[in-house]
Design a protein around this ligand. Structure first.
Ligand code: NAP
Length: 409
């Protein structure tokens, strides 16, 4: 596939995680691109009725549901099942692009398989990069090198052409880097809204409930990432994502709090110049950019109104109140075993916080305990099987109440 040349047929898209926040918005975007992009495969976890209605509307050739609920599908729609279902969908002959909108580790194997099969991957999923960045980027660089050998000007001659970020911050940085050489970059500047507790005193943190943490001030997202935004763990995960996507050293990845969420992120250049990308908090824009890159198309997302916005505030993050940011950076510096332990622990910690067996300050405490226990030592470039085993070990160690760093909660 070459994104720069006009397609001779609609390009095929496999959407993994079609029932979630990103998945539904991706379908909205794809409906607007229907002349050039066709949904050929859909997968979701447990929402059978939603998958049936998505199948009726988008007419994919194949679907997968992770659980065994029977499906009433349009004639001719194939149901794929079993542990290899997502790999099967992502590597179909009629798939050109895989949009990854699942949470968790479930998409790491399909992403690796898709890249090996020569499919472009646009991913919102963080685990793919936080746990498996060393594996995924190696594949993206390999595909880019193959393309560069025949046409160095092809957009697919770069790793970012193959592994495209959907996360709004990374999309912003990607957009700022178009036409720039990485040698001219001094630092990447990730913005963070600061979440709902930006100005909450630290002694009130133990009283924060899931309902309070689920009220994000600017973005509407799935529950896991909303809690991660409240603890700032999300920004820590994004620092690790940025490290892998752009090959930047950790000290050159800055975080700045920007409560209005208008500046989605920025790049600082060696000559003192800074470029930023601005937009409304609407994921449909970065989803569409990742699909249509390097072209821009009209999108359902409204542009920002600078006059109505009136002011843009920035401040440094408070890592004493939000230690998850520091813990993620430290994990990144340790290596991929540590970041894999971090992201597994974060899933456990968020589930426990939502389930009422861990208080809000217990979330970063659990992350730190997991990185200390599982993230140090040799083997900092684990293979896929090692990552799966590590994920299981971390979950087993921290899933029960009373195991957040040995302190009762
Ligand atoms: N939401 C945002 O605005 C946003 C922004 C940036 C990045 N992200 C990242 O994007 C990813 C998705 O976030 P989200 O907020 O969209 O999450 P979400 O609303 O929880 O959706 C996750 C989706 O994954 C599906 N899924 C789970 N297990 C599956 C399996 N085995 N096979 C197929 N599908 C499976 C779920 O299916 P069921 O619901 O049917 O069980 C659901 O459709 C996360 O990594 C998140 O950090 C999200």
């Amino acid at each position: 596939m070459s994104s720069s040349s006009p397609p001779d047929r609609p390009r095929g898209v496999a959407l993994l995680g079609s029932g979630g926040s990103i998945g539904k918005q991706a379908l909205d975007v794809l409906a607007g691109l229907a002349a050039d992009w066709h949904v050929v495969a859909l997968a979701t976890g447990s929402q059978a009725a939603l998958l049936e209605s998505q199948a009726r509307e988008h007419r994919p050739a194949a679907v997968a549901l992770a659980d065994a609920t029977p499906l009433d599908l349009p004639a001719g729609t194939l149901r794929v099942g079993g542990p290899d279902a997502l790999v099967e969908l992502a590597t179909r002959d009629d798939v050109d692009l895989v949009v990854v909108a699942t949470g968790g580790m479930v998409s790491l194997r399909p992403v690796l398989a898709a890249l090996r099969a020569g499919k472009v991957v646009a991913t919102a999923n963080k685990e793919t990069l936080v746990a498996g960045g060393h594996l995924v980027m190696a594949e993206a660089h390999a595909r880019a090198a193959e393309r560069a050998a025949t046409d160095p000007r092809d957009p697919l001659a770069t790793a970012l052409g193959w592994l495209r970020p959907i996360d709004s911050e990374h999309s912003a940085i990607w957009q700022c880097l178009v036409g720039e050489a990485l040698s001219g970059v001094a630092a990447l500047v990730l913005t963070a809204s600061g979440g709902p507790f930006l100005d909450t005193p630290i002694d009130a943190f133990p009283g924060i409930t899931p309902a309070m943490a689920l009220r994000h001030p600017t973005w509407r997202m799935g529950a896991k990432i909303t809690i991660d935004s409240a603890t700032l763990a999300n920004k820590g995960l994004e620092v690790i994502e940025a490290h892998w996507l752009y090959g930047m050293a950790y000290p050159a990845i800055e975080v700045v709090i920007h409560p209005q969420s208008v500046v989605h992120s920025a790049v600082r250049f060696v000559d003192g110049s800074m470029k930023a990308q601005l937009g409304t908090p609407d994921m449909r824009l970065p989803i569409q950019y990742a699909i249509t890159y390097p072209s821009r198309r009209p999108s359902p997302a409204a542009g920002p109104d600078l006059v109505a916005t009136a002011r843009l505030d920035f401040r440094a993050p408070d890592e004493a109140r939000f230690p998850a940011l520091r813990i993620a950076r430290e994990a990144g510096l340790l290596g991929s075993r540590a970041t894999a332990a971090l992201i597994a622990a974060d899933e456990v910690a968020v589930a426990r916080f939502l389930g009422g067996t861990l208080d809000f300050p217990g979330v970063p405490r659990l992350l730190e305990a997991a990185v200390d226990r599982f993230g140090t030592g040799p083997g900092q470039a684990p293979g896929y099987d090692d990552l799966v085993a590590l994920d299981r070990e971390v979950r087993a160690a921290f899933s029960s109440p009373g195991t957040a760093g040995g302190r009762p909660v």
